[in-house]
Design a protein around this ligand. Structure first.
Ligand code: ATP
Ligand code: MG
Length: 164
C-alpha cells in the first residue's frame, strides 16, 4: 500500500490545498493530511478548527485522513509508514525553500521521498494568507475557499473587528 503525507498549516484550507490533496489521492492508496499543530506564524484558526474544515471539505474523498502533528515531519511520516511527502509547488517563490526542505528531509530519512505536484494554473496565486487578507479588506473570497471555510473566515473577521 502506498501512503503519502501532505503537510501544511492549512490556516485555513483553500481550493489550492484541496486540488493537491485530490490529485495525491489519485496517485497514492492513502493520503494523510498532516496539520501542523504549532505554527510560527500566529494562526487565525485553532488546530481543531483547521482540522475540522479539512475533514468537511475532503469528506467525499474516501482515502484521505486528517491528523494533527508536531515535531519532525520525517519522523511523523515514518511513524505513518509513508512512502512520500507530497507538496504543492506554486511559483519560483516556493521553490528554494521547498528544495532545501526536501534535501534536508532526505538526509534525515532517505526512505521517504518528497514528491512535488505542480499547482493548477487557476490556483497558482492562491495562499491562505492572501485569502485572509482579501477577506479583511472586504473582498469576495468565494472563488478561493469552500462555503464553510468562507463562513469561518468572515466570522473571525467580525470577532477581530469587535476586539479593536
Ligand atoms: N494554490 C496552491 N497550489 C498548490 N499548492 C499549494 C497551494 N496553496 C498551498 N499549497 C501547498 O500546500 C502545502 C501547505 O501549505 P500552507 O499550509 O503553508 O498553505 P499556504 O496557502 O501557503 O498558507 P500561508 O499563506 O499561511 O503560507 C504546501 O506544500 C503548499 O505549497
Ligand atoms: Mg505557505
Amino acid at each position: 500500500m502506498t501512503i503519502a503525507v501532505c503537510p501544511g498549516s492549512f490556516d485555513p484550507v483553500t481550493y489550492g490545498h484541496i486540488d493537491i490533496i485530490k490529485r495525491a489521492a489519485k496517485i497514492f492508496d492513502k493520503v494523510i493530511v498532516a496539520v501542523l499543530v504549532n505554527m510560527e506564524k500566529k494562526p487565525w484558526f485553532t488546530i481543531e478548527e483547521r482540522t475540522e474544515f479539512l475533514r468537511k471539505v475532503t469528506e467525499d474523498i474516501p482515502n484521505v485522513e486528517i491528523v494533527g502533528f508536531e515535531g519532525l515531519l520525517v519522523d511523523f511520516a515514518s511513524a505513518c509508514n509513508a512512502n512520500a511527502i507530497v507538496k504543492g509547488l506554486r511559483a519560483v517563490s516556493d521553490f528554494e525553500y521547498e528544495f532545501q526542505m526536501a534535501l534536508t528531509n532526505n538526509k534525515l530519512n532517505s526512505n521517504i521521498e518528497t514528491v512535488f505536484l505542480t499547482t493548477s494554473s487557476e490556483n497558482m496565486y492562491l495562499s491562505s494568507s492572501i485569502v485572509k487578507q482579501v477577506g479583511l479588506l472586504g473582498g469576495d473570497i468565494s472563488p478561493f475557499v469552500p462555503d464553510c471555510v468562507k463562513e469561518g473566515i468572515l466570522e473571525r473577521i467580525k470577532q477581530r473587528s469587535s476586539l479593536k
